[in-house]
Design a protein around this ligand. Structure first.
Ligand code: NAP
Length: 244
């Protein structure tokens, strides 16, 4: 991969932001989107104005037509897309009987349908150039049961199945597909966890702490780099040992 062009969905905060920063430091050209800008996207636009390697766009990942135009524009302007990180997602912490059909559809749409559609668009570009690396951000909750997260869990487990089959499909085209399963990471998503729950997670984690976004960003960079060139179809758990 000479020119390293990556799309990161949901890069305005949390894990997506940390991944974006890490990839910029490593010399990647990073295209990211979210529904709204954040103080960090504005800061990065200023910081990176000289390098011309950072682009943030306002886009809802469930907007199919918007995604289509977005990917086509990047491909036309950059000439290649070497990496994709399907990161945008959210957790609906609710017992299933209390969850409305519309809420279920929304979680599936953001966490599962959109990554599938975005990947479909990006792989068309990758296939033409004969290389690429795709990372699907799943969760340990797709792997272990947690009360109140059944819909979220279903979408995250589905991403793992998607990863495995797609890796078989695209391996012969030199495109790698891996899933990352973060444990509990300090971001806005986990900010609502009670002190008691956080203490419980830390007690059960061999490394004795919650994860930080940088823990995830380092693994993302590795999975995009030549150092991981023989790794595909895998699920990489990054949880401090919580589920070991
Ligand atoms: P976060 O801090 O809430 O950030 C989510 C990002 O996704 C934001 O940039 C958000 O921006 C964007 N986003 C959400 N809905 C979107 C939509 N419909 N269209 C476009 N962008 C959207 O969450 P996070 O903790 O970084 O989580 C990132 C990913 O890691 C998620 O897939 C999550 O399931 C997974 N994960 C997180 C943890 C954890 O402990 N934090 C653990 C396991 C897995 P806007 O709101 O402006 O759109």
């Amino acid at each position: 991969m000479d020119k390293k062009v990556v799309i990161v969905s949901g890069g305005s905060k949390g894990l997506g932001l940390a991944i974006t920063r890490r990839l910029l430091d490593a010399g990647f050209r990073v295209h990211t989107f979210s529904r709204s800008p954040s103080p960090d996207t504005k800061m990065l636009e200023k910081e990176q104005s000289d390098t011309g390697r950072y682009y943030w766009t306002a886009l809802d990942t469930t907007d199919q037509e918007g995604l289509d135009k977005y990917v086509n524009r990047i491909y036309r302007e950059e000439g290649h897309i070497t990496g994709l990180i399907n990161n945008a997602g959210f957790n609906l912490d609710r017992l299933l009987p209390m969850t409305g059909p519309g809420e279920i559809e929304r979680v599936i749409s953001v966490n599962l349908t959109s990554p599938l559609l975005l990947t479909r668009l990006v792989t068309r570009a990758m296939i033409q150039k004969g290389n690429g690396s795709i990372i699907n951000i799943s969760s340990v909750i797709g792997h272990r049961g947690i009360k109140g997260t059944s819909v979220y869990s279903a979408t995250k487990a589905a991403l793992v199945g998607f990863t495995r089959s797609l890796a078989r499909e695209l391996g012969p085209r030199n495109i790698r597909v891996n899933a990352m399963l973060p444990g509990y990471i300090e971001t806005e998503m986990t900010a609502g966890m009670s002190v008691v729950k956080k203490a419980q997670v830390i007690r059960r984690t061999p490394l004795g702490r919650m994860g930080c976004a940088a823990d995830i960003a380092g693994v993302a960079e590795f999975l995009l780099s030549p150092g991981s060139s023989f790794i595909t179809g895998q699920t990489i758990v990054v949880d401090g040992g919580l589920t070991c």
